[in-house]
Design a protein around this ligand. Structure first.
Ligand code: NAD
Length: 481
C-alpha cells in the first residue's frame, strides 16, 4: 500500500510550488500546525493547464469503457484505505470521523456511477427535411476543465465534478480550498495510482485569485466548475464574461424547512437535530430556517432544545464527538456575530449561543437553538453556515411558502408532512433546485444537484451533471442519394 503524497500533481509529477511557497495547514479543533503544504500560484496553474491540454487528445479518444476502468479502480483504491483517508480529512476539516468516513465511501460511489454513465453518452440522428441530407448530433468532451472547491466537503465537492468530467473524457486541473488541500491531494493520488495517464488529473494548491485568473484567461481552459460562496461565484462570472469561459456554479443556500402539523414531532425533532448540526452546520444544503406550524411549535422547540443540549462538542477524531469545530476563526466569529446581532434585535437563545466553556482552543461554537428570529435579521436572510437552528412559527401555509421563497437563494428546501396534497403543492411551489419531502439529503450520485436564483448555474451529479461536461456538435451531410 502506497504512502500518501501531500504535494501538487502536475503532468503526473508530484511537485512543490514553483516559487517554493507553502501554506501552514492548521487543525481547527486545536489551532495547531498539521504541516506545511505547497502553495503556489499562477505559474503552477499554467503548468497544470499545459499538462491537461497535452493529455486531452489521448484521454478523450479512449473508450468510455477504458476511462470507466480507471474510475472503478480509483473507487477500489479509496475503499481499501477509507479509514486512513477519513482520519486525514477529519484532521484538516474538523468534521467527526464518521462523517469523513461516509464522505470517502460516497466518493467511491460517485466514481463508480460515473464510470457506468460515461458509457451512455448517446448522440442523435435528426430526420432532415431534405431527402439528400443527414443530420447527426454528437456529444464530445468539452476539453480542459478547471475546478475550484470549498472546504466544507473536501472530498465530495472535488469528486462529484472530477468523476463526471473524467468520465465524459475531459482532463482536469483542480484547485482545492487552502483549508483542506490534503483531501484533494489524496483524490489526485487515487486517480494517479489507478491508471489515470499523466496530465489527465492535475492538482494545484495556491493563491485562489491568481490561480482563477489563469484559468479564466487561458483559452485552453474551457470550463470552470466552482463550488463556493455566491460572492466568489459572481467574481468568476465577471471574469468569464471577458473570455466566455463556461461556468458551473454551485453556490450558497438558505434552506427553509416547512414542518406541517401532521408529523410525528418526536421523530422530526430528532432528524432536525441530526441534519442541522451535521458538519457543524457547514453544509450548503443545511436546513436553516425552520418554519414550524403553530400547533406543534412548542413541542418541537422543547424537543430540539433538549436533544441539542445533549450533543457532545469536541475534536472530530474522538468517537464521542457529535459536533466538531468550525473551519476557522473567521467562520466562528461570523456565526457568533449573527447570533449576537439577532439577540440584540430581540431573538431569544434557547440553548447554546456561546463558545463552549470546556474547550479553550479550537474554533468551536455551541450548537444553538434560537427563537424570535425575524426576516429583517441577517441570521434569517444570510447563509449562516454554522450550528444555529432558528425556529419560526407559522399558521397559514401560503404565508409559509411566501416566507420560504423570500430569499435570493434557491438551493435546497425541506418539507415534512404526511399529507400527499400538501407535499405535492409544496414541492411544486418552492423555488429551489432541490426539494426533499420527508427526506434530508438531496445529494446522491444518480440525481442532479444544484440551485436556482443566486444559488447557482448548472448541475453536478446525475445525467445532467455529466451533460455539463459535454459539448454538442451538429454534423450535416449533404448529397446523400
Ligand atoms: P468561498 O467562496 O470563500 O471559497 C470557495 C473556494 O473559492 C475556495 O477554494 C477559495 O479558496 C476560492 N476562492 C476564494 N476567493 C477566490 C477568488 N477571488 N477567485 C477564485 N477563487 C476564490 O467559499 P467557502 O467559504 O470556502 O465555502 C462556503 C460556501 O460554499 C458556502 O456559501 C456554501 O454554501 C458553498 N457551497 C456550495 C455547495 C453547493 O454544492 N452548492 C457545496 C459546498 C459549499
Amino acid at each position: 500500500m502506497s504512502d500518501f503524497r501531500f504535494q501538487q500533481l502536475i503532468g503526473g509529477q508530484w511537485t512543490d510550488a514553483s516559487d517554493g511557497g507553502t501554506w501552514a495547514l492548521l487543525n481547527p479543533a486545536h489551532e495547531t500546525l498539521i504541516q506545511h503544504v505547497p502553495f503556489g500560484g499562477a505559474e503552477d496553474a499554467r503548468a497544470a493547464i499545459d499538462a491537461a491540454h497535452k493529455a486531452f487528445p489521448a484521454w478523450s479518444r479512449q473508450t468510455p469503457y477504458e476511462r470507466g476502468d480507471v474510475l472503478f479502480r480509483t473507487a477500489d483504491w479509496i475503499l481499501a484505505r477509507a479509514e486512513a483517508l477519513a482520519r486525514i480529512t477529519t484532521e484538516e476539516a474538523g468534521k467527526p470521523y464518521v462523517e469523513a468516513l461516509a464522505e470517502w465511501r460516497s466518493a467511491a460511489n460517485y466514481f463508480r456511477w460515473n464510470a457506468e454513465e460515461g458509457k451512455r453518452v448517446y448522440g442523435r440522428t435528426i430526420p432532415a427535411r431534405v431527402a439528400t441530407r443527414r443530420i447527426l448530433v454528437q456529444r464530445q468532451p468539452i476539453g480542459v476543465v478547471a475546478t475550484i472547491t470549498a472546504w466544507n466537503f473536501p472530498v465530495y465537492n472535488v469528486v462529484r465534478s472530477w468523476a463526471a468530467a473524467l468520465a465524459a473524457g475531459c482532463t482536469v486541473v483542480g484547485r482545492p480550498s487552502e483549508y483542506t488541500p490534503r483531501s484533494a491531494m489524496l483524490i489526485a493520488q487515487a486517480l494517479h495510482e489507478s491508471g489515470a495517464p499523466p496530465g489527465v488529473v492535475n492538482l494545484v494548491n495556491g493563491d485562489p485569485a491568481a490561480v482563477a485568473q489563469v484559468m479564466l484567461d487561458d483559452p485552453r481552459c474551457r470550463k470552470i466548475s466552482f463550488t463556493g460562496s455566491t460572492r466568489v461565484g459572481k467574481l468568476l462570472m465577471d471574469g468569464a464574461s471577458r473570455t466566455v469561459t463556461r461556468l458551473s456554479l454551485e453556490l450558497g443556500g438558505n434552506a427553509p424547512v416547512l414542518i406541517l402539523p401532521d408529523v410525528d414531532v418526536g421523530q422530526i425533532a430528532k432528524d432536525a437535530v441530526a441534519w442541522k448540526f451535521r458538519n457543524c452546520g457547514q453544509v450548503c444544503v443545511a436546513p436553516q430556517r425552520f418554519f414550524v406550524h403553530a400547533r406543534i411549535v412548542e413541542e418541537f422547540t422543547e424537543r430540539v432544545a433538549e436533544l441539542t443540549a445533549r450533543l457532545t462538542v469536541g475534536d472530530g477524531q474522538d468517537t464521542a464527538t457529535h459536533v466538531g469545530p468550525l473551519i476557522n476563526a473567521r467562520q466562528r466569529d461570523r456565526v457568533e456575530g449573527l447570533v449576537s446581532d439577532a439577540v440584540q434585535r430581540g431573538a431569544q437563545v434557547i440553548v447554546g449561543g456561546q463558545r463552549p466553556a470546556h474547550l479553550e482552543r479550537g474554533y468551536f461554537y455551541a450548537p444553538t437553538v434560537i427563537g424570535g428570529v425575524r426576516p429583517d435579521m441577517p441570521l434569517y436572510h444570510e447563509e449562516t453556515f454554522g450550528p444555529v437552528l432558528p425556529v419560526l412559527p407559522f399558521d397559514d401555509l401560503q404565508q409559509a411558502i411566501a416566507w420560504a421563497n423570500d430569499t435570493e437563494y434557491g438551493l435546497a428546501a425541506f418539507v415534512m408532512t404526511r399529507d400527499l396534497n400538501s407535499a405535492f403543492v409544496l414541492s411544486e411551489r418552492l423555488e429551489y433546485g432541490m426539494v426533499c419531502v420527508n427526506d434530508w439529503l438531496p445529494a446522491t450520485p444518480e440525481a442532479p444537484f444544484g440551485g436556482v436564483k443566486q444559488s447557482g448555474i448548472g448541475r453536478e451529479s446525475g445525467t445532467e451533471g455529466l451533460e455539463d461536461y459535454l459539448e454538442t456538435k451538429t454534423v450535416m451531410f449533404a448529397g446523400i442519394s
